[in-house]
Ligand binder design. Sequence first.
Ligand SMILES: [Fe+2]
Ligand SMILES: [Fe+2]
Length: 484
Amino acid sequence: MEMLRAWLEGLPRVRLYAALLFIVWFSLTLLIGVDVRPAVSGGPSPPTVFLGVGIVVATEMWIAWYFLERFGSKILRKNALIRILLAASLLVLFTALARVFVLLSLPPYLIPLAGLSILGTILLGPRLMFVMVVIASVNVGIIAGNDFFLTATLLLTSGFAIYTVLRVGPRTQLLRAGLLIALVTAVVTFAVALIDGRNLRMAVELGGIGLANGILSLMLAMVLLPLLENVFNILTPQKLLELADTGNPLLQKLLRGAPGTFTHSMQVGELARNAAERIGADPLLARVGAYYHDVGKLEHPNYFVENQISRMNPHATLAPGLSARIIKRHVKDGVELGREWNLPSEVLDMVAEHHGATRIEYFYRKALEEALATGATVNESDFRYPGPCPKSKEAGILMLADSIEATVKSLEKPTPKRIEDIVNGTIRTKLEDGQFDQCELTMREIHETGEAIREAIIGFIGPRIEYPAAPGEQARPAKNSTSS
Ligand SMILES: [Fe+2]
Ligand SMILES: [Fe+2]
């Protein structure tokens, strides 16, 4: 899939989308038009049916093109190409499935289109899914012999499935949502059967088929979801919830190997979640990125201040340059460890970017002090993280939350004024240092992030805060900047 992704990324975008739309148009026209059994002529499809189907499917593709052109960049922020490829594959797959049902003479009301809604909503989001559901419902209605009562039923039940799935939390809750979808499918099918003029007994029978359809849709979605997640490497809310579980083996490893870092990561996670909620970024991604941002410290845990409780500080005997090299290393180690544990690329990016290209201030100053005595030269770039700088909003939030949490924790007597000074000082320093130059965060969002972090920190350490703050007091600088 990585090779396919790289190959696709190298192709001209417009030509690629045009080719994809043509392939989908061709496949759907063939699948739908092969045996429509039109009501007027009664017999097998005349060739002109293909013309009609071709025009209908071309209209659907035009709507899809317009939708992606208008909203694609907003709703498919990451891996847009792979997601569009997945959307096209799902559309063709479910149309083919409908054709198989008709070929096997299975009841058309059993065609599990709600399964497409469940899968697509989780993998691609509700807005794109809604367009796909409209297209698929029309197509399945034609395949089932121009049964537009079926189209109406599929539209209603698949639409309901989209909004039910949106409310689903962990994967275990998917079962409950699926059963609700099955129940609603039964009721809608029963109602449509009554409108179609069938008697109560027949409507109840059809309702039973609707119930079976819902259950089949759920089963199909549960089987295909992990498969498609892995093949297309798409980050779903369910996957993020699994990673946010502190029982996750990698987080448990962090807890055992570097307990101070684990506590720091949990607290940064809460700050990042708060800030992401405030500015409309993804709170779950922000929290998960924060949970894993320092896993690289597992390689040398006691070189980081938060893990040095009642232990000797190993930096005491090291040259500042060597200390900086060890500290910097945790970013690279984190990305490597994250890859080994199959963390999603969105989380790996946050691990790689959480320090951007900032300077390790404590050891840089120590090196300058030593150079003053020895006359040696200090290369500033040796004390900077290699980057890259944060790009997504969630990575930007993580950088601020991480840095502020570590600095506030180093205060012996935190006061609201000192905390506010640290928040403002951190934002100012990072901005002046160009750390947010490539980040999606706007200036207003950066300041709102700072405000949300400040409020959450005061909530955390409330009992430790000293009141009142001395007027005009300056925040004490961090003792050691190695803890973030
Ligand atoms: Fe950190
Ligand atoms: Fe870090």
